[in-house]
Structures are given as structure tokens and as C-alpha cells.
Design a protein around this ligand. Structure first.
Ligand code: SDX
Length: 436
């Protein structure tokens, strides 16, 4: 087909317009030519929640929602989860290619070298209550890092950007582990440069009085795979937050804090915590039919199910189910997996879910593994945020290097009052105030 154009007739004016079609889209700005008359602003698109709007061009992650495909820089997620370390995948997402052995060795060394955090961070970490939500601690401490690295504001300088990228990837596990230890009243454990990314995180989480932490190999590999699966997912809510906030050229620490805030929402990364609370509430297979009935009445959501893009099985959920078996061989079976499997079996045979193409997403099974490994539900989304920091940074860098990108500033359809004059309080009639 060579005629990649739309012909639009404006029935208000009988004018016709030829709009180019570009990679399955039309440019919204091309619609501004369509005016009802002189002085008309021109047409805009109206797309609440961006259901059908591409906000950028990106070469990082490819999803096919109908086929349940996920690729990082063209590599199928299944192959990366099977063959790579997390830092190898992090290098791929950020640089566009898998590293050579020499590049990977240098990259590992760089990240390890920057895993310490300023001692002052402990002082405000200690300021949180013992039961402070770990996402609140993480969001705050990541934002605070911007005050330790004021040069991070030089986002136009590639060398400066790379320094912050390395620092953020390296320090996220340390901050997360410190938050975990603070909540338990345990002393902070320093990073161990001899350990891999996942094993070092486990060391900072779980080392007690032993002189050297020795990680369980199966659990360490499971954590690496879970980190790989959570590393990026194209223009999800938190990546969009990273792009929008980063487009004002704010520093990457403050920008990442905004992404952590977005991820914490129960409809996004916070879902993995909600899934466990839902499974605890259901309690046994006997209660599943009653719960499903409430979902179908619209009273509840089946947390961990559904996705804006995947209208097929989330490929990450499939891999996580396999990882669960390997983890349970070490930790013992988490009985909640049986409720989850039965919930999935019933849902996938029920018309309500079939017609809405609702399948398990990445959050449905991950929490069951995390709980078996010893994490509390409120710590699960932190485990999502650590690896997703790589995706946020890859999206942030791509945005800053995109010549088409500028500060994100959407338009609106104004539905408020027309112009009206001020009236002194004594003359104002009683009006039903708009809800806040
Ligand atoms: C993540 O974007 C990403 O890529 C995110 C993510 C990533 O890696 O970054 O994949 C990670 O956030 C996964 C999603 C985790 N969230 C949950 O598991 C929360 C439960 N899921 C839903 O809230 C929902 O499915 C969303 C938020 C994930 C997607 O919502 P959409 O695309 O806005 O879909 P919708 O709410 O318009 O739902 C369409 C229909 C509605 O029914 P009707 O109004 O047509 O009758 O499906 C129903 C919804 O009520 N529906 C659900 C449901 N999800 C959608 N009904 C019951 N349970 C659910 N979970």
C-alpha cells in the first residue's frame, strides 16, 4: 500500500484534508489544520488515560499484547531470563546491545563500586517509624539523593547522566535493604563488593552475625530472574512519569522518586502487595466462588489480573510460575500458590474474564514467591522498583536524546464556568460546592 494517508472531510466546512499516516499513527499536530473558521484553534485529540496515544518513539522494549510477546532491545524475555544476569540485561536496556565479556566485567565493577550510600542517609532513614511503608521510605531517600549530588542537574551532559545512572542502579538495593533492616530494628549491613547484584542485596537484607554472607544459589538466581522480568515495560505509568517529570530537565533522583510514587499505586506496581492481601482474605479454595461473584458484580477487582496492553497471558507471569517451583524447593511450598492457581483456573474459564481478556499479569504470582523468600507484602513493590529503576533510566535517557521531545505539557477540554465577575462574600448565593 503506497497511499499512506487519511483523507478527512470536515462536514462543518466541506473542506477536505490529507493527513499522512506514519507507523500506524497520525500526528496530532496535523489535526490542528482542521479549523471551523478563522480564529479557530484547530482540532485536538481527546484521549483520557492515553488509551490510544503514542507519547514517544522508543527502541527499548517491544510488547505485542495480543500475542503475549515481550522483548528487550529485540531479545525475547524468555531467552534473557534463561541466560543472563540482571546487570547484563541492565546494560542491554541502557546501551542497546548485550555487553562483551570485557564490557560486562567493567559494568559489574562500576555498579559494585557505587553501591555505598552517604552515611547521612542513615540519619533520615532512622527518622521513619518502624512501620513506615517501605515505598514511602524509598521514594523519600531517592529524592534526597538529589541533594547529595547537585551536579546531577546537568542532564544535558552525557558523562554526568551516566554517572547518575550508575549511582542509582547501584544504590537502589542498598536503600531498599536499609529500609528493610530499619523496620526490623537491625543494624545496616554494608554492601559486599565480592558478591553479585542479587547476592549483595540478599547480604544487606539477611546477614546476621556471620562474618561472610553465603547466599542460597537457587534463591539468588530466582531474584536475578525476577529482576530481569521487572526491568522495563515500555510506556507504563511509572515510565511515563519518568519521561514527563524528566522532560522538565529535573535531576534523575527527583525524577525517579516520581516514578517510585507512580509505581506504588495498587493499580500498578502496588498490585503485588494487594494480591497477597487478597489471597489472605480469600483464605481457602472454598471461598473462591464467593470472591469471584463479588468481582463479577463489580464490587472487587481480581488483583494481579488484567493489563492495558496484554490481552493474552503476560509472558512474565508464565516465567514467574516456573520460578515459584524452584524457590519452593528451597523454602517449602507457599500454600497460597494453590489458592492462586485455583483462582486462575476458575477465572480463565469464566465468561466475565474471557470476554474482557483478563489474564494473570506480572503481579499475580510474584508476591507468593517473595513471601516464601521471607519478604512481607509491604516490601514487595520495593522489589519491583529496584529493577525497574533500570527501565526508568533507559526511558529517561532516550527521552532526553530525542530531538522531538520537549517539556511534556498536555492540553485539556475546558468544561468549567464561562467568564464571570467577582462578588463580595455578603452577596454570594448559597451554591453546592464542587466535590474535592
Ligand atoms: C502492572 O502498564 C504496564 O505495563 C504495567 C506493568 C509494568 O510492568 O509496568 O505491567 C505492571 O502495573 C501490572 C498491572 C497490575 N495491576 C493490577 O493487577 C490491578 C488489577 N488490574 C486492573 O486494575 C486493570 O486490569 C489494569 C489497571 C491493570 C488495567 O486497567 P485498564 O486497561 O484501564 O482496563 P479497565 O480498568 O478499563 O478494565 C476493562 C474492563 C472493566 O470492566 P467493564 O467496565 O468493561 O465492565 O475489565 C475490568 C474492568 O472492570 N477489569 C477487571 C480487572 N481489570 C479490568 N475486573 C476485575 N478485576 C480486574 N483485575
Amino acid at each position: 500500500m503506497d497511499n499512506q494517508t487519511l483523507t478527512i472531510t470536515d462536514n462543518r466546512t466541506q473542506q477536505t484534508y490529507t493527513i499522512p499516516i506514519w507507523r500506524g499513527t497520525i500526528r496530532a499536530m496535523d489535526l490542528r489544520r482542521i479549523k471551523a473558521g478563522a480564529g479557530d484553534f484547530g482540532l485536538m485529540t481527546y484521549d483520557p488515560a492515553f488509551m490510544n496515544t503514542a507519547s514517544c518513539q522508543s527502541a527499548i522494549t517491544y510488547l505485542d499484547g495480543d500475542k503475549g510477546i515481550l522483548r528487550y532491545r529485540g531479545y525475547p524475555i524468555e531467552q534473557l531470563a534463561e541466560n543472563c544476569t540482571f546487570l547484563e540485561v541492565a546494560y542491554l536496556l541502557l546501551h542497546g546491545e548485550l555487553p562483551t565479556e570485557e564490557e560486562l566485567a567493567y559494568w559489574n565493577c562500576e555498579i559494585t563500586h557505587h553501591s555505598m550510600i552517604h552515611e547521612n542517609v542513615k540519619k533520615f532513614m532512622d527518622g521513619f517509624h518502624h512501620d513506615a511503608h517501605p515505598m514511602g521510605i524509598l521514594m523519600s531517600t531517592v529524592a534526597a539523593l538529589s541533594t547529595f549530588y547537585p551536579d546531577a542537574r546537568n542532564v544535558a551532559d552525557p558523562k554526568c547522566r551516566r554517572k547518575q545512572v550508575v549511582r542509582l542502579i547501584a544504590k537502589m538495593p542498598t536503600l531498599a535493604a536499609y529500609a528493610f533492616r530499619h523496620r526490623l530494628g537491625l543494624p545496616y549491613i554494608y554492601p559486599d563488593p565480592e558478591l553479585s547484584y542479587a547476592k549483595n542485596y540478599m547480604n544487606m537484607l539477611w546477614r546476621r552475625t556471620e562474618p561472610k554472607y553465603v547466599a542460597n544459589e537457587v534463591l539468588a538466581r530466582a531474584l536475578e530472574v525476577l529482576f530481569i522480568l521487572h526491568a522495563d515495560h515500555e510506556q507504563n505509568c511509572s515510565a511515563s512519569a519518568m519521561r514527563a517529570v524528566g522532560s522538565s530537565t529535573a535531576d534523575p533522583y527527583s525524577t525517579a522518586a516520581a516514578s517510585i510514587a507512580a509505581l506504588s499505586g495498587p493499580l500498578h506496581g502496588g498490585a503485588n502487595e494487594e494480591v497477597l492481601r487478597m489471597l489472605d482474605e480469600i483464605g481457602s479454595n472454598d471461598n473462591i466462588p464467593g470472591f469471584i461473584a463479588q468481582v463479577k458484580e463489580g464490587k472487587r477487582k481480581l488483583m494481579g489480573f488484567g493489563h492495558r496492553v496484554y490481552k493474552n497471558y503476560d509472558p512474565r507471569a508464565r516465567i514467574i510460575k516456573q520460578v515459584a517451583g524452584e524457590v519452593f524447593a528451597v523454602t517449602g511450598r507457599n500454600p497460597k500458590i494453590d489458592i492462586a492457581l485455583e483462582l486462575e483456573r476458575i477465572a480463565l474459564s469464566d465468561d466475565y474474564f474471557i470476554t474482557r481478556k483478563l489474564y494473570p499479569n506480572v503481579d499475580f504470582y510474584s508476591g507468593i514467591i517473595y513471601e516464601a523468600m521471607g519478604f512481607k507484602p509491604e516490601e514487595f513493590t520495593v522489589l519491583f522498583g529496584i529493577p525497574r529503576t533500570v527501565g526508568w533510566l533507559a526511558q529517561w535517557q532516550e527521552m532526553l536524546q530525542d530531538p522531538e521531545q520537549k517539556i511534556a505539557r498536555p492540553r485539556q477540554v475546558y468544561t468549567g464556568e464561562d467568564c464571570r465577575d467577582f462578588a463580595p462574600a455578603a452577596l454570594r448565593g448559597q451554591k453546592e460546592p464542587a466535590g474535592i
